[in-house]
Design a protein around this ligand. Structure first.
Ligand code: 9B3
Ligand code: ZN
Ligand code: ZN
Ligand code: ZN
Length: 305
């Protein structure tokens, strides 16, 4: 059965999404934005007070990389927190009255299933690569943002294989199509990964500073200190290239260049002690502290509507 403090199976997450939308029909609507390579649904939950008119929105995805299980857990935590806190927490109430939050709890569904059934350390998608016995593309190297110019490989057997072309992966195409379709209302893009404890923003594909570097850095630092205020967890804030590594084809860089100004990649706990195998005992504290950072960013976005 589903639990917010366990790493749930895809099957449990899928039924959880259906029951959340049904039980909270005034706050949550469910939309399938396309299917994965193996035919599983990519489900977006639209969270926000129903209003007759279109509201500005924040888009958040989890589960780009299959093995980063704390990421999937956070999106589930966020959805529950949003509907639970609405009406009691003034900031969450204000956010969901004024904006919608699109949450994609599992981007790379095929990969996530594979980490439960075959290989816990799988990262990529599960698509077949012509002429190779190696499967999968790194979805975070597959977007049209300096595509495959740095920090990515043209070798299908590489963990950072960039694919045959930008958006070669159906999962990338489904996400990019949804964001392009809604780009006039999407004011922020947040993508959740692990591990390293970093709050990254454009660019990763170049060392050039983004036009909005100063503002993005200030917000990242504010969000990181909000996060640290709970349990003392230390995050590093900065542009991807100098802060983690130069790498091209990432969804955050792509969203930023599309015009989504507030574009962030979270690298959640830890710093390598457990790495991708973060114990379930750390789900709650990790999600609680990360909520503070996401709410900080959301508040800044609201102020700048
Ligand atoms: N634009 C980007 N933003 C963040 C990252 C770091 C993640 C960490 Se798992 C990755 O390697 O895909 C990588 C890129 Cl290419
Ligand atoms: Zn179960
Ligand atoms: Zn990742
Ligand atoms: Zn990572």
């Amino acid at each position: 059965a589903h639990s917010y403090t366990k790493y749930n199976t895809w099957s449990d997450i899928e039924s959880w999404m259906n029951s959340m939308a049904t039980a909270n029909s005034d706050m949550i609507s469910k939309e399938v934005i396309g299917n994965t390579y193996e035919g599983r649904p990519m489900v977006v939950l639209k969270i926000g007070k129903k209003s007759g008119s279109t509201k500005p929105a924040i888009f958040m995805d989890c589960g780009f990389h299959a093995r980063e299980w704390i990421s999937h857990a956070f999106c589930q935590w966020f959805v529950n927190e949003a509907v639970t806190a609405y009406g009691s927490d003034s900031q969450m109430t204000s956010l969901l009255d004024q904006m919608d939050v699109f949450v994609l709890p599992v981007f790379n569904v095929d990969g996530y299933v594979f980490t439960h059934t075959n290989n816990r350390m799988w990262r990529k998608t599960r698509s077949r690569n012509a002429g190779s016995s190696c499967l999968g593309t790194d979805p975070n190297r597959n977007f049209n943002a300096g595509w495959c110019t740095t920090g990515a490989s043209t070798n299908p057997c590489s963990e950072t294989y960039c694919g045959t072309t930008p958006e070669s992966e159906i999962e990338s195409k489904n996400l990019a199509d949804f964001i392009r379709k809604n780009k006039s209302i999407i004011k922020a893009y947040i993508t959740i990964h692990s591990y390293s404890q970093m709050l990254l923003f454009p660019y990763s594909y170049t060392y050039e500073l983004a036009a909005d570097h100063d503002e993005l850095m200030a917000v990242a630092k504010g969000a990181s200190s909000a996060l640290r205020s709970l349990y003392g967890t230390v995050y590093t804030s900065g542009p991807g290239a100098p802060t983690i590594y130069p790498a091209a084809g990432g969804s955050d860089d792509w969203a930023y260049d599309l015009g989504v100004k507030y574009s962030y990649t979270f690298e959640l706990r830890d710093e390598g002690q457990y790495g991708f195998l973060l114990p379930e005992s750390q789900i709650k504290p990790t999600c609680e502290e990360t909520m503070l950072a996401v709410k900080y960013i959301a508040a800044h976005v609201q102020k700048n509507l």
